[in-house]
Design a protein around this ligand. Structure first.
Ligand code: SF4
Length: 803
């Protein structure tokens, strides 16, 4: 074992070249300078006929929603060219800057070269390199004694989109995996219950957007962060769709839109509720659609807001848990205008009243639609204008286009209003708008994200068979709640960097320091690494010890992870590391013997591969297009809710006053918050095309185009005596960090913008997540996807550093 070192400093250029397997001969071909610049090894393939050269394909990242298959050219053992794989359909030939930058990034000086053991304080980054055998012994010893003392569920497993593991490890070791797993699903929290289905994600094929005439984009920025989706938006625009972007800032997508409407951050629910009122005020609603296809005619008890239902047949509840039983509801009633009485909604021959107040069994009842109209009185267009900062006429104009220039889409992304405490209310308000106008279940008219990552394709992979008792231990919360609540987690096993999954970073790192053991698996020295006790160097998706490292089926395609290059340094694949950890506890036989075996079994036990053999995919250069027809869900107007109707009335939220969407201000960035006297600026951290959360932050080819700075409107710069490029301190009561400030008129006055994913080493000091808000909305605990971190719901102040 060698002396204590800073692992990053250990990555000398010399060791990098040695570990990468470069020989003097190879250097002689390309020249030493050529190894670290684009000269020589990026020449066209036919420029160096004598070299050993081959191509292989791998799928790339998932969380950008791209899932591109990349054709990689390898010359003398080094990846030297990345191109989109050659599909029949040109729309699938995609690659972005991040994919292209892998030629350099894979060989980054931030690669972890060997297993590391922490010898200093957690967070110090003082590691010594150890052998793999020493690493396995440490893991067996430390995790083993914790599991013995506290039980299997004392280990929390986390993984990120960068890793390509099987995900079987937490099942065979009965680790916890956290309760929710999502940090930007607040829109779906509000949208999906109305469909009874994860509709916000699995909504419709993006190709169907060519039928859309009005697309209102709420804060998504696909032209930056979801480039493959941007292509579909271009096609929609070419087909005549009017694209309108609502965003506090002039985003890249706003620049590609027909209209950009700047909104006061965190007030999207007010805009949507104001639009609903405008539709009612102007009689633009589609009452026949509401009566036929939605829950709006359902009767509600005027006294408590509960839906009037048939009692549940007790026989249906036999053997169910309390939670399962709670999901079984009786059939709702409507007011039948033929018999002038309450009748089951699906009784033969009934003609439901859409609105009105009635007496049934001595109780006053009304309809959901009557409550919608009542609710609208609280959310007038002039009120919405005051909250959002948008002209009342613009709100009415938006409502007009949405209701009358149909089919129309309300588009969301992952981020934007998801990162405010009231994001779920915005999603919920969208369902009311869709119900009122019939913009659901029709081609070109829906609500959703339109990322091809989430479109249901024609085929799905199967699973690896595990023993019956193999399952993660139940979790009662997610990692971002653990510092504040009692739990049994004493150790974390993390595949990838989890530093961006938390807010109020100082609190989180204090919690990390109290844990008994942290194991992190990562190709790169990412921001989480200094808190790990043991760090294991993982391969990137380009490196493999086997010829086939994985298979993926997304949307309309099968993609293989083929070996592009041999593992660099001492890295191992995620699969090998999973098996290694399992072997520490004698559990490796529960896993496949090889990544290829796992891929083949999943393929062979999958569905929708009729007529396709696994070897066909190999023979077809690791990619295979599946026959696929674009689709849109629920065109039959039968929804996945218990009643089969589109149902924006959420009884589960009655106690929160949110059975229908009712405006609540964001948690921190609301106008009039006294905290704004101290911290007047609203902190927003959108995504950028240069990074994927914290991934690619260290990619040198990308860093030449993106420094890590915070942006401010020139007016706010002047008010603080700041000059473009000054180093500033960004702070609030939670924490602070330092970085350069840039003036940008695209940023709304009173706000700041900083692209998420900065690594602390690229800031002047601190971590940008130390200032972010960790106050969750209580109703999140009953929402489908749980509590969400309100990252953007954050007030800060900025001053010149050192003042
Ligand atoms: S990062 Fe870029 S190249 Fe990679 S999958 Fe996403 S869009 Fe494709």
């Amino acid at each position: 074992m060698s002396e204590s070192i800073d692992a990053r400093k250990s990555l000398s250029r010399r060791s990098f070249l040695r570990a990468a397997g470069f020989t003097a001969g190879a250097l002689g071909v390309f020249g030493a300078a050529g190894m670290l610049s684009a000269d020589g090894w990026l020449e066209p393939a036919d420029a160096q006929a004598a070299v050993d050269e081959h191509t292989a394909a791998t799928y790339h990242q998932a969380h950008c929603e791209g899932n591109c298959s990349l054709k990689c050219t390898v010359r003398d053992g080094r990846m030297c060219l990345i191109q989109p794989s050659e599909w029949d359909n040109p729309k699938d030939r995609t690659v972005c800057l991040k994919g292209l930058a892998e030629i350099e990034h894979v060989y980054s000086s931030e690669r972890i070269q060997s297993p590391l053991k922490l010898v200093g304080e957690r967070g110090s980054g003082e590691f010594v390199p150890i052998t793999w055998d020493e690493a396995w012994m440490e893991i067996a010893d430390r995790l083993g004694s914790l599991r013995e003392k506290y039980g299997d569920d004392c280990v929390l497993y986390q993984s990120t989109s960068e890793n390509d593991s099987t995900g079987l490890l937490p099942s065979i070791m009965h680790m916890q995996i956290g309760l929710y797993g999502g940090i930007d699903y607040n829109y779906p929290n509000g949208i999906d219950p109305a469909f009874g289905y994860p509709f916000a994600l699995y909504n419709a094929s993006p190709e169907t957007l060519t039928a859309t005439r009005t697309l209102i984009n709420f804060g998504a920025n696909p032209y930056e962060s979801d480039l493959t989706r941007a292509g579909y938006l271009n096609a929609a625009k070419d087909a005549g769709c009017e694209l309108i972007t609502i965003d506090p800032h002039f985003s890249t997508t706003a620049g590609k839109s027909d209209h950009w409407i700047s909104i006061n951050p965190g007030t999207d629910p007010a805009l949507l509720l104001g639009m609903a009122t405008a539709i009612l005020d102007n009689g633009w609603q589609d009452e026949s659609f509401m009566a036929a296809n939605t829950s709006f005619p359902f009767l509600v008890n005027a006294s408590d807001g509960t839906v009037v239902r048939d009692p549940v047949d007790p026989a249906k509840l036999v053997g169910l848990t309390e939670a399962e039983a709670a999901l079984i509801t009786g059939k709702p009633y409507i007011w039948d205008t033929v018999s002038n009485s309450a009748q089951l909604f699906d009784a033969a021959g009934v003609m439901p009243a859409l609105e009105g107040t009635f007496v049934s069994n001595g109780s006053k009842v009304t309809t959901v639609y009557s409550l919608v109209k009542e609710n609208a009185k609280k959310h007038t267009t002039s009120w919405a204008a005051g909250i959002t900062g948008i002209d009342e006429s613009a709100i009415v104009g938006l409502a007009d286009k949405y209701a009358n220039q149909k089919p129309a889409v309300l588009m969301v992304g992952y981020g934007s209003a998801d990162k405010y405490t009231n994001g779920d209310i915005a999603g919920h308000a969208m369902t009311v708008l869709a119900a009122m106008t019939g913009n659901i279940g029709v081609e070109g008219g829906t609500i959703g994200a339109f990322s091809n990552n989430y479109v249901i394709g024609p085929a799905t992979l199967g699973t690896w068979p595990l023993p019956e008792d193999a399952a993660p231990s139940p979790s009662t919360m997610d990692i971002y709640e653990m510092p504040y609540n009692e739990n049994n987690v004493h150790a974390i096993v993390s595949f990838g960097d989890i530093s961006n999954r938390v807010a109020n970073y100082n609190v989180m790192t204090e919690w990390y320091k109290k844990l008994d053991f942290i194991l992190t698996v990562d190709p790169f020295y990412s921001p989480s690494i200094p808190y790990a006790d043991i760090v294991l160097p993982a391969c990137t998706r380009f490196e493999n010890s086997e010829e086939i490292g994985g298979v993926k089926v997304v949307y309309d395609r099968i993609m293989l992870r083929q070996k592009v290059i041999e593992p660099l340094f001492e890295s191992k694949t995620d699969f090998e590391i999973e098996r290694g950890i399992a072997a520490c506890f004698g559990l490796e036989d529960l896993l496949p013997e090889s990544a290829e075996e796992y891929a083949r079994v999943r393929f062979e036990t999958g569905e929708g591969f009729d007529g396709i053999a696994f070897d066909d995919v190999i023979d077809n250069d690791g990619i295979y297009a599946l026959p696929f027809e674009p689709f849109i869900a629920f065109t039959d107007q039968i929804y996945a809710t218990p009643s089969g109707k589109f149902d924006p009335y959420y009884e589960t939220l009655l106690t929160y006053g949110q059975a229908l969407p009712t405006y609540e201000a964001p948690g921190e960035v609301y106008d009039g918050n006294p905290l704004a006297d101290k911290y007047p600026l609203k902190f927003c951290q959108p995504r950028t095309r240069f990074r994927l959360h914290t991934q690619f932050s260290d990619a040198e080819w990308i860093r030449q185009f993106l420094d890590d700075y915070i942006e401010l409107n020139p007016v706010d710069m002047a008010n603080r005596g700041l000059t473009h490029g000054d180093t500033v301190e960004v702070f609030n009561d939670r924490g602070s960090f330092r970085c350069p400030v840039h003036a940008n008129e695209s940023v709304r006055p009173g706000c700041t913008r900083m692209f998420e994913g900065s690594w602390p080493k690229y800031l002047k000091a601190g971590h940008y997540q130390t200032v972010t808000n960790d106050r969750f909305a209580e109703r999140g605990y009953v929402n489908w996807y749980g509590t969400m971190i309100p990252y953007n719901d954050t007030l800060i102040e900025i001053k010149k550093a050192g003042e």
